[in-house]
Design a protein around this ligand. Structure first.
Ligand SMILES: Nc1ncnc2c1ncn2[C@@H]1O[C@H](COP(=O)(O)OP(=O)(O)O)[C@@H](O)[C@H]1O
Ligand SMILES: CC(=O)OP(=O)(O)O
Ligand SMILES: [Mg+2]
Length: 372
C-alpha cells in the first residue's frame, strides 16, 4: 500500500512517500514565501512537490494537522465538514493550520479519489488530567471560548516516549519520561506510562519553551503593557510574539546552529539567548520531575534536541543530586537512538530522532484499513 505523508509547517513542507512502511521518496521545500527561488506560498510548494512525484497506485494521503481543538481526538478521514472544522481552528494556530489546510486542499483537488486522513498534533494530549488542561481564569469565559491547554507535537512525543521505553528495554506502561521536542517550535511533555500528563504548549503553540521565533512563557501583562503603553495593535503583538521573539528576537537568528556559532565567537547576545533557552528547558524538567514523582528518562528530539550537544549539556548541567547526568563523551558522539547518561544513572538521558511522518503514515494506513 502506497501512502503519501504531507507535513506542512509554518514555512516549509516536508513530504514522504511510503510503500508499506518503506520510504521510497522524501523531500522538503523550505523558506516558502521568502524572497529568492522559493515557492511564493504553500499552494505553489505543494503543486511543485506533487508534480515531481510518482503517485501511481497511491492508496492514501496522510496530513499533519497542528490544531484539532476539542473535536478531533483521533486520526480522521477528511471530508468537507472536517476541512471546515480545521478551518475554524485557524485563529488558535495561525502559523500552522493554514499551511495544513493548503496541503489538504491541493491534495484533494489533485487526487479526488484517494482517501485523505488528518493526524492531529493535539490528539496525544487528550489524556491531560483536568488540572493540567485548565487555566486558572473565569470558568464560564473558558467554557464559552474553549480556553484550555491543548498541547502540540503530540505525534512526536508519543513516538519518542515509546521508542525510549524500547531503547531502555522497559515496559512502556511502567516508564515515566520527560520528552523534549526542540525544533523550530519546541515543547516539553511529561509522559506517564505512555500517557501525556503535562505539556508546555497550551491553547496555541506559543506557550512554554523558548523557540526559534516564539517567546514561549511570559507574563500576560506584557501584552496589555505593549497595547497601552507602546500603542501596538493586537495583530502586531501577535506577530511580535510568534515571529520576532525567541532566539531571533534575542540575538537576530532563529537557527540554533547559527546561535551556537556566534556564541562560540564571543557574541554576547547569542550567549544570552542560549542561556535563556536552556534555563527554560531546565525549569520544565524540574517541574515535570515533581509532577511525575518518579522519573526514568529524559529524551531529547527534533532538530535542536537531536543535534545540539551543548543544549543537552547546559540544560541538565549540575543535576546529579536529582539523579540526572550527561556523559560528556557520549553526548558529543554517536548517532541515532542512544543513551547519553553514564551507566547506572537513576534517570537515563536519551536522544531519539523523531519520526512524525512515519507515525502519520501508520495512523493513516490504520484509518484507511478500518474503512475497508
Ligand atoms: N546540527 C545542528 N545543531 C544545532 N541545531 C540544529 C542542527 N541541525 C538542525 N538544528 C536546528 O533544528 C531546527 C529545525 O528543527 P526541525 O525539527 O527540523 O524543525 P521543524 O520541524 O519545526 O521545522 C533548526 O532551526 C536548527 O536550529
Ligand atoms: C506545533 C508546532 O510548533 O509545530 P512546529 O514545531 O512544526 O512549528
Ligand atoms: Mg517539526
Amino acid at each position: 500500500m502506497r501512502t503519501l505523508v504531507l507535513n506542512s509547517g509554518s514555512s516549509s513542507v516536508k513530504f514522504r512517500l511510503y510503500d508499506g512502511d518503506r520510504v521510497v521518496d522524501r523531500g522538503t521545500v523550505e523558506r516558502i514565501g521568502e524572497p529568492g527561488d522559493a515557492p511564493k506560498d504553500h499552494e505553489a510548494a505543494l503543486a511543485q512537490i506533487m508534480a515531481g512525484l510518482d503517485l501511481g497506485g497511491l492508496a492514501a494521503v496522510g496530513h499533519r494537522v497542528v490544531h484539532g481543538g476539542l473535536r478531533f481526538a483521533e486520526p480522521t478521514l477528511i471530508n468537507d465538514e472536517v476541512v471546515a472544522g480545521i478551518r475554524g481552528l485557524v485563529p488558535l494556530a495561525p502559523l500552522h493550520n493554514p499551511g495544513n489546510l493548503a496541503g489538504i486542499e491541493v491534495a484533494r483537488r489533485l487526487l479526488p479519489d484517494v482517501p485523505q486522513v488528518a493526524v492531529f498534533d493535539t490528539a496525544f494530549h487528550r489524556t491531560l488530567p483536568p488540572e493540567a488542561a485548565t487555566y486558572a481564569i473565569d470558568a464560564d469565559v473558558a467554557r464559552r471560548h474553549n480556553i484550555y491547554r491543548f498541547g502540540f507535537h503530540g505525534t512526536s512525543h508519543a513516538y519518542v516516549s515509546r521508542r525510549t521505553a524500547r531503547l531502555l528495554g522497559r515496559d512502556l506502561a511502567d516508564t515515566n519520561t520527560i520528552t523534549l521536542h526542540l525544533g523550530n517550535g519546541a515543547s516539553a511533555c511529561a509522559v506517564e506510562g505512555g500517557r501525556s500528563v503535562a505539556t508546555s504548549m497550551g491553547l496555541s503553540p506559543l506557550e512554554g519553551l523558548v523557540m526559534g521565533t516564539r517567546s514561549g512563557d511570559l507574563d500576560p501583562a506584557i501584552v496589555f503593557h505593549l497595547r497601552r503603553t507602546a500603542g501596538m495593535g493586537v495583530d502586531e503583538i501577535d506577530d511580535l510574539l510568534n515571529q520576532h521573539s525567541g532566539l531571533v528576537g534575542l540575538c537576530g537568528v532563529n537557527d540554533m546552529r547559527e546561535v551556537l556559532a556566534r556564541r562560540a565567537d564571543g557574541d554576547g547576545a547569542a550567549a544570552l539567548a542560549f542561556a535563556v533557552y536552556c534555563r527554560r528547558i531546565r525549569s520544565y524538567v524540574g517541574s515535570y520531575y515533581a509532577l511525575l514523582g518518579r522519573l526514568d528518562a529524559i529524551t531529547f528530539t527534533a532538530g535542536v534536541g537531536e543535534n545540539a550537544a551543548e543544549v543537552r549539556a547546559a540544560a541538565l548541567d549540575g543535576l546529579e543530586r536529582l539523579g540526572i547526568a550527561v556523559d560528556a563523551g557520549r553526548n558529543t558522539s554517536g548517532s541515532g537512538e542512544r543513551v547519553v547518561s553514564p551507566d547506572g544513572s537513576p534517570v537515563a538521558v536519551c536522544v531519539v530522532p523523531t519520526d512524525e511522518e512515519g507515525e502519520i503514515a501508520e495512523q493513516t494506513r490504520g484509518v484507511v484499513a478500518a474503512r475497508g
